[in-house]
Design a protein around this ligand. Structure first.
Ligand SMILES: Cc1cc2nc3c(=O)[nH]c(=O)nc-3n(C[C@H](O)[C@H](O)[C@H](O)COP(=O)(O)OP(=O)(O)OC[C@H]3O[C@@H](n4cnc5c(N)ncnc54)[C@H](O)[C@@H]3O)c2cc1C
Length: 241
């Protein structure tokens, strides 16, 4: 993969225990929405067996030529503690892009995105791009979290969908009673009934599933058992969680 020099530009919280890290986007780093890159922090203040390199889906839009954004759960690993503490302007290396978890071209097939937790990152990039380029695809985004506090980009995604009739946004909070906020939306785990209620015909869409491997494996079974053609299911497993 091509290797680029960059620097840490900004960082901020996007949900409970979840941070966005923004880097200068190197000239020549072209990507398609949904792809990932590898981030290397050359001289981290903390070290452990996990090392100083991580793969992250690119969460920012393709049209943002100034910045490249990643978002991650702050698990306490040395790499992530280092990222949270090093000075802005710290040099990093970015390798990429990689992967083929990108939106299909044939707009006559609807897309159903299902994100578990931090699995939202590639979908944010794809949705920003779809809105920007006025893509005609019908897109349903199902976003499963325990509660709204942990749902990165939730308000932004709700606004995007409200402004764009071809995008439906279905957040589900499976432990909404653990939240300090009132929640009147979906609370169910994603299952066959959930999919029939919110997607309807399950034979035509292309399904995209992203998040920790156990979750993606479980969702794949649900989607196929509910009637999706297995060849219509694309997955991005966040190996390492
Ligand atoms: C395509 C892809 C996209 C991803 N996108 C994101 C994202 O947008 N946001 C996000 O938070 N995370 C993402 N991840 C997961 C991310 O790379 C880290 O593994 C995860 O964040 C956990 O890192 P940690 O430092 O918290 O945990 P640690 O346990 O300290 O780190 C995990 C380390 O072990 C390695 N590792 C562990 N298990 C395996 C395995 N089975 N195979 C290979 N290597 C392994 C990891 O690469 C990493 O070096 C993605 C992973 C992949 C493969």
């Amino acid at each position: 993969m091509p290797r680029f020099a960059s620097t840490l530009k900004a960082r901020f919280e996007v949900a409970e225990r979840t941070m966005a890290f923004v880097f200068d986007r190197p000239g020549g780093l072209d990507f398609t929405a949904g792809q990932y890159a590898q981030l290397v922090l050359p001289d981290p203040p903390y070290t452990d067996a996990g090392g100083n390199r991580r793969t992250f889906s690119i969460a920012s839009g393709v049209h943002d030529t100034a910045a490249l954004q990643f978002a991650t759960r702050m698990t306490g690993s040395a790499m992530k503690r280092s990222l949270a503490e090093v000075a802005l302007g710290t040099p990093v290396e970015i390798l990429g892009p990689g992967g083929s978890f990108t939106l299909h071209e044939d707009a006559s097939a609807p897309a159903v995105f299902i994100a578990g937790g931090i699995g939202i990152t590639p979908f944010r990039s794809i949705l920003l791009d779809a809105v920007r380029r006025r893509l005609p695809h019908r897109i349903t985004l199902i976003y499963s979290n325990r509660n709204p506090e942990g749902a990165a980009f939730h308000e932004e995604l709700a606004r995007l969908a409200a402004a764009c009739p071809s995008i439906a946004y279905i957040p589900t909070m499976t432990q909404a009673d653990t939240s300090r906020r009132a929640w009147s939306g979906e609370r169910r785990y994603v299952n066959a009934d959930f999919l029939r209620d919110h997607v309807g015909d399950l034979t035509t869409p292309i399904f995209y599933l992203a998040g920790p491997p156990g979750l993606v494996e479980g969702l794949t079974k649900v989607v196929v058992e509910a009637g999706a053609d297995p060849s219509h299911v694309r997955v991005e497993e966040f190996v390492g969680y």
